[in-house]
Design a binder for this molecule. Structure first.
Ligand code: KIV
Length: 254
């Protein structure tokens, strides 16, 4: 099954110009990021924390994702819109396809799911249904409770080898790219070298992957209560909001 034009363009960027990717969860942010020329907008299940106030992504449902994917789609003209399949929505190939289709109906142009070898059959089924898929390996936020926190991956040769096996299985199943999260730089470089599809890194160090993805609230500084150590904050939107609200209250004599 050929990939859609946008997904194929992302896949074809391997080894060429770096892929830029950011998360977006609402119309206005999506529109701003799209107008600035970001290649890929991920409606990430990180919305569970930074938009909905849950402690982690394991509380996110397909209905949350549909609601936010539709808003992002309304604000996006050119970027590839990637929707996260949240936890428990891809237990088997049939359910995975049905839920991927619901995200596409809401406006997603590709879907992302977490995990390697055990997800390959589900990836093949979704791709066979005509929906491009992006993989997600390394630190898997949907498994944060089993893993006891957000930990770096690729710390040993065996761990790196296991990620590589997963990545090759996903590639064989037809993914158009793979997100690598919190994989140590040496392991990230090795995975990037071994793969024919682009790796898109977060917390993998600079220049070790074919592209970079970041959570928008980390980049603009609008969620100050938790910022991952690897994030580069480029604005202080939380500070600006507080200043603006102070000004508003002062003007009212409050
Ligand atoms: O949900 C998300 O924001 C993600 C990124 C961490 C890649 O999956």
């Amino acid at each position: 099954m050929p990939l859609s034009d946008k997904a194929e363009k992302i896949r074809a960027r391997k080894g060429k110009a770096p892929i830029s990717a950011l998360t977006a969860y609402d119309y206005a942010t999506a529109r701003l990021l799209d107008e600035e020329g970001v290649d890929l907008l991920l409606v990430g299940d990180s919305l569970g924390m930074v938009v909905l106030g849950f402690p982690d992504t394991t509380h996110v449902t397909i209905d949350h994702m549909i609601h936010h994917t539709a808003a992002v789609a309304r604000g996006t003209k050119r970027a590839l819109i990637l929707g996260d399949l949240p936890i428990n929505t891809y237990p088997d190939p049939g359910t995975a396809v049905a839920n991927a289709r619901r995200l596409v109906d809401a406006g997603a142009e590709a879907v992302k799911l977490e995990g390697g070898v055990r997800q390959a059959g589900k990836v093949s089924a979704i791709v066979a249904d005509g929906i491009p898929v992006v993989g997600h390996l390394g630190m898997l936020p949907q498994r944060v409770n089993e893993e006891g926190g957000y930990k770096k991956k690729g710390r040993t040769d065996d761990e790196t080898q296991a990620i590589l096996e997963g990545a090759l299985a996903l590639q064989e199943a037809g993914v158009c790219a793979i997100v690598l999260e919190s994989v140590l730089p040496k392991a990230s470089r090795l995975l990037t070298e071994k793969l024919d599809v682009p790796s898109i890194g977060i917390g993998c160090g600079e220049g070790n992957c074919d592209g970079e993805i970041a959570v928008i609230t980390d980049v603009i500084g609008s969620y100050p209560w938790f910022v991952p150590p690897f994030a580069t904050q480029r604005a202080d939107v939380a500070g600006e909001i507080k200043q603006a609200v102070k000004g508003y209250l002062n003007a009212l004599g409050g």
